[in-house]
Unconditional design. Structure first.
Length: 67
């Protein structure tokens, strides 16, 4: 249910807000990868979660573009 709420929240946002969210998620992914490379990351599953969130954001952006 948590994922569905996230996707529904994305669908209500404008294209500019989605792009801001995408940039923030990509920055977070970069930071997580950097922490992982330096062995400072405790929760490595967070990388997978952020990657999937980026894909969800991009999917909603594409769907809004086709409308």
């Amino acid at each position: 249910m948590k994922i569905n709420a996230f996707v529904e929240d994305l669908k209500t946002k404008s294209a500019a807000e989605l792009n801001e969210e995408l940039v923030a998620a990509k920055k977070e992914l970069f930071n997580l990868r950097f922490q992982n490379a330096t062995n400072q990351l405790d929760n490595t599953s967070r990388i997978k979660e952020v990657r999937r969130n980026i894909a969800r954001i991009q999917t909603v952006i594409t769907a809004k573009g086709k409308e």
